[in-house]
Design a protein around this ligand. Sequence first.
Ligand SMILES: *Cc1c(COP(=O)(O)O)cnc(C)c1O
Length: 429
Amino acid sequence: MNENTYKSYSNFGISDKVINFGNEILDTLKERFNNIDDIAEYNQLKVINAMQECKVSEACLLGTTGYGYNDFGRDTLESVYAKVFHTEDALVRPQITCGTHALALALLSNLRPGDELLSPAGKPYDTLEEVIGIRPSKGSLKEYGISYRQVDLLDDGGFDYDSIRNAVNEKTKLVTIQRSKGYQTRPTFSVDSIGELITFIKKIKPDVICMVDNCYGEFVEMIEPSDVGADMVVGSLIKNPGGGLAPIGGYIAGKKECVENAAYRLTSPGLGKEVGASLGVTASFYQGLFLAPTVTANALKGAIFAANIYEKLGFPVIPNATEERHDIIQAVTFGKPEGVIAFCKGIQAAASVDSHVSPEPWAMPGYDSQVIMAAGAFVSGSSIELSADGPIKPPYAVYFQGGLTWPHAKLGILKSLQSLIDCGFIKIW
Ligand SMILES: *Cc1c(COP(=O)(O)O)cnc(C)c1O
């Protein structure tokens, strides 16, 4: 490492031992980083190709106001998303406020009273519990007479195919599969394994709609769930596909009918995709998507670096140091609240925005325990930017993700380790 860079890390309060430890770990990761770059290269070409085929022009980058009729840039962007995900259509809008909203929209618009929703891969993401009505909430699927069934994963993290076969019934209309682990310590599913699950379910009931919560998974592999049979893929633009530049938004890409249903629910019956001014965000949606493959690669490198650092120090990490990656999340289990809190404080201290504030656990809407979040982000709450969060409940695991650039991700992880050492949680040096 360059001497000046070394000194800069020291100026950030990182000890020689931590810097050297980080560099030793890094030396072992060259081949893996090369593989990540290969995937990013492929996905970069995929995005550029989609933009060229859709004839993205300078005029597309302008926004509309008011009703947003004939918003050429918005409509073209939706075609670009459909091309990237190899789907018939897509809805990509700033009016979709976040990932939960995108998922709720996809569910509430494609299910009708009397239908049943099936989750064949265990408990969905925390905020979806209220969308579904597992925890009571106003406007939940349950309030609309839509029932829910869940098949938990087997102990080894695999799909319980026998129970799934038994759970599919005449009411089953939509199947929701969450690609990323979310706030759980189960493995994230590969796109191939999601494909196997979808094939199995479609054999039992061909007309069932298979939706994948694609949050944090976009561009991690060369294929997406929509390449292996998913009827809808759904995600947030302040995660991977927004490339750090999208200031808001969500997407639903999929079968024409599914996307249309979602559009009519987002705006109004009769209006659908025709309205929804894009205001001034269109250019950032395009440029963010353009950057997304390499930004995702940077975040992945950070996740792998973190896994190798913390596994070496004896903490359980999911995925482990050598496993293949299917999303950008890295879970590290500390077993005690103090570890989660010190880790998050270290990440916050590495931020370029709000580095001087200290995150504290709080009762965040949609979650059933206190949550601590480190997010010194340019876009508030953006978790494609360097961030970490963890619910303050056993097993006291922290979920680390993001880093728009690899050097920033590296700084964050070194700061997290220094923070754990400084507060006495890690006592090796
Ligand atoms: C982040 C996330 C969501 C919810 O997205 P928000 O933008 O936080 O509402 C849903 N599912 C998964 C797997 C996620 O990671």
